[in-house]
Write a protein that binds this ligand. Structure first.
Ligand code: SF4
Length: 734
């Protein structure tokens, strides 16, 4: 008889018959893993693997990346353009010429009848940087609407706003290598193991070699909180209070880096005055963290040689999202933790190319972090593109979250959505449904024909996805990485770049402008426009990016103000010399008075309703809902509920329950767990007709990002469990 190891079946790895591996970058999250896609003899993509010598992931991929090649054959893809006259008519297949002619004609009709800004464009964080740049040229330089934004307003706008307010520019100052140098890591509202598993692995890898304190601030006992040295289960929406209290203790106990404050910041007097009001005792009553813990965390952070803060949606998706980011920056400025190895404010971004759209799409301004409000920037881009500078507006238009209400009021009549799905992603689904029904013309451009929003479209344009085309994406740590063309799009689906160029050719305004057909030619324009700027790409080329497995900007071909003497191999950190992007060169310490302005639990709606991600799915499941194992592992939304609360309401583990808010209701399966406190429930946000039927989505005043993660709800038991199960299964059919 064989015992132990000898009795085990050896793991068998199926031979997929790969004859060639092609280089790409994962197209899901912003970690930016380098990935190779294996092609068999027929040229079919049959496998994915991590790239071993890529610094980001060092050979690893998470479950989404491992199955990414399956996307090429996933269900629901659009294979030809579709049109219908009335919203509830059946879609009819049409040629690209018919679809694009009609789209251009409708844009012109709406603009002629109601003004240029009556047509709006909302894009994404998931197409290539070259495509973002070209879309920006089309939107700003040809169509000329100022109502142009991206869905990154739903996830990253607060980080952008906070960075700009504190440092004078967007652009995360740190990098993953900071884990290897830090002496203390503070994570706000970030469940790293599930949201960004490969970044988490980088952290774990470092912790195995060297121990340093991990402090997690999160109202839930997330996976990350479970491994933390200190977990701060904060009252939702009160991060600013905690951050002010940490600053209070650091200043009151003489732990601040006064030399750094004096040399590199301005505004310290007003800041000191404000945080003086947030002593730990007062703060504790608001944020729910006991005063000794506040003191302990403040001392641990300030006394660490180098300390860093990371955050994701727990900070950004709040009515104080931008202030939360500024509060984190304040903390790092007063402790001298910006631009040094292990000392940073690092926003972990969400979508694979959220950074690329921030840099080059012109959504919030003009390409390369240029501002519409700046006359010189308008003149420079006008000259480069060959348009009249007066064609540009002198300040940015509406954010995505204000564009949809402007449709309600009749200010906007036409909308072009590119790889974004507001029917599932926006708060308050019932209201969004009515909003989309008001449009005179809606065009949806997406790789998937079956995205929920397409039900409301007049024209559907089928797009290529991920490695069905070529181009670059920028990850969380400013690393520009390359995606080679691995597979052909199905049927008549076309790359977004091709679609933008074809549409541009239907406008007279574009006749004197260049719209290059090849992504690499567009990249050359980007390189040119970036030279000498903070986000300098001039030292990059496609081949060099692939050889290096990504390059971090600034990466310049010549010495420059931001890149220094030699940045030809990229730059790990920004602001290393303490010089910031404001004209004074100093960062700003900004006082943050706390205003309690969100919906909160009350007698009728006694639970906090919280939402977030699971590792198997990405955003609205448009892709991961179609890939076998992801959907098998996570087929249905569930609701985490504290066992005490469940007993009180007579609900058992595994039963269906109804969650109800002032906006709507949803039926979900209950998972009883101590991960949530008795006054909170948590539901993953990926599923259609679920979380966003409940959410309120009040907006942050600076970033206009919705407070997805905090609203009030009540929970009702359901008598007929069988009917609920049948209905739930039907609703999650794919
Ligand atoms: Fe892709 Fe993000 Fe997973 Fe890496 S961690 S494989 S980038 S989804």
């Amino acid at each position: 008889m064989l015992f132990g190891r000898n009795n085990k079946n050896p793991i068998k790895i199926a031979d997929k018959g790969v004859v060639e591996w092609k280089y790409a970058t994962c197209g899901y999250c912003s970690t930016g893993c380098s990935i190779e896609v294996g092609l068999d003899r027929k040229g079919q993509a049959v496998a994915s693997r991590g790239v071993a010598d890529a610094d980001v992931n060092r050979g690893k991929l998470c479950i989404k990346g491992i199955f990414e090649h399956e996307l090429f054959k996933s269900a629901g893809r659009g294979t030809q353009p579709l049109m219908r006259k009335q919203r509830w008519d059946t879609f009819e297949p049409v040629s690209w010429d018919v679809a694009l002619d009609h789209t251009a004609a409708e844009i012109k009709r709406i603009q002629a009848a109601y003004g240029r800004d009556a047509f709006s464009i909302v894009s994404t964080g998931q197409i290539m940087t070259e495509e973002f740049y070209t879309l920006g040229k089309l939107a700003r330089g040809v169509i000329g609407t100022n109502q142009y934004d991206g869905n990154t307003t739903l996830c990253m706008a607060s980080a952008v706003s906070g960075y700009k307010r504190s440092f004078g520019s967007d652009g995360p100052p740190g990098c993953y290598d900071d884990f290897e140098h830090t002496d203390c890591l503070l994570a706000f509202g970030s469940n790293l193991p599930e949201q960004h598993p490969v970044i988490f692995w980088r952290l774990r890898d470092t912790l195995e070699k060297r121990k340093f304190p991990i402090i997690v601030v999160d109202p839930r006992v997330t996976m990350f909180a479970q491994m933390a040295d200190i977990h701060l289960p904060i009252q939702p929406g009160t991060d600013v209070v905690l951050l002010n209290a940490l600053a209070h203790v650091i200043i009151a106990e003489g732990l601040a880096d006064q030399d750094y404050i004096d040399r590199h910041t301005e505004g310290q007097e007003a800041f000191r005055e404000l945080v003086a009001q947030y002593d730990p005792q007062t703060a504790s009553r608001i944020c729910g963290i006991d005063e000794d813990t506040i003191r302990n965390v403040a001392r641990t952070y300030a006394r660490a040689g180098a300390a860093m803060t990371i955050w994701t949606m727990g900070i950004n998706q709040s009515t104080h999202g931008s202030d939360g980011v500024v509060g984190i920056n304040n903390l790092n400025l007063i402790t001298g933790n910006v631009g040094k190895p292990g000392g940073t404010s690092l926003s972990i971004t969400g979508q694979c190319n959220a950074m690329g759209t921030r840099e080059w799409s012109s959504c919030s301004g003009l390409p390369g972090y240029r501002a519409l409000e700046n006359e010189q920037d308008r003149a420079d881009i006008a000259r480069f593109w060959g348009v009249d500078p007066d064609f540009f507006p002198e300040k940015r238009g509406l954010f995505m979250t204000d564009i949809l209400p402007a449709i309600e009021t009749g200010q906007i009549k036409g909308l072009w959505l590119i790889a974004t799905n507001p029917m599932t992603s926006m708060p308050n689904t019932p209201r969004i449904r009515k909003t989309l029904e008001k449009l005179e013309f809606l065009v949806v451009q997406d790789a998937y024909r079956d995205v929920e929003t397409n039900e409301y479209a007049h024209v559907y344009l089928p797009a290529a996805l991920w490695a069905e085309k070529e181009g670059c994406m920028t990850n969380t740590e400013r690393r520009v990485n390359l995606i080679r063309n691995v597979s052909q799009p199905p049927g008549e689906a076309r790359a977004d770049l091709w679609i933008f160029n074809q549409l541009a050719r239907r406008f007279e305004q574009a006749e004197a402008m260049e719209f290059p057909d090849e992504a690499e030619q567009v990249f050359d324009e980007i390189r040119e426009l970036s030279r000498g700027r903070m986000l300098d790409y001039s030292g990059m080329s496609y081949d060099k990016i692939e050889q290096n497995r990504g390059l971090q900007w600034p990466c310049s071909d010549s010495p420059s103000e931001w890149a220094g003497d030699d940045s030809s191999e990229g730059t790990q950190r920004l602001y290393t010399d303490g010089r910031f992007a404001f004209p004074t060169g100093k960062a700003k310490l900004i006082p943050l008075p706390f205003v309690d302005n969100n919906e909160k639990p009350d007698e009728d709606y006694p639970f906090w309703f919280n939402s977030g991600r699971v590792v198997e799915h990405f955003h609205t499941r448009t892709r991961t809902g179609k890939v076998g194992n992801q959907n098998k592992f996570s087929p249905t939304p569930y609701m985490e509920m504290n066992p005490d609360a469940a007993v009180r309401l007579g609900i058992r583990h595994g039963e269906y329950a109804r969650v109800v808010s002032r906006r709507g209701d949803a039926v979900v399966m209950v998972q009883t767990t101590q991960r949530v406190p008795p006054d909170m429930v948590f539901v993953p946000f990926h599923f259609h007709d679920c979380v966003n039927r409940i959410t309120l989505g009040l907006l942050d005043p600076h970033s206009r990002q919705p407070a997805f993660k905090q609203c009030a709800a009540r929970i009702e038991p359901i008598a007929d469990q069988q009917a609920a199960a049948v209905r739930n299964k039907a609703a999650r059919a794919y």
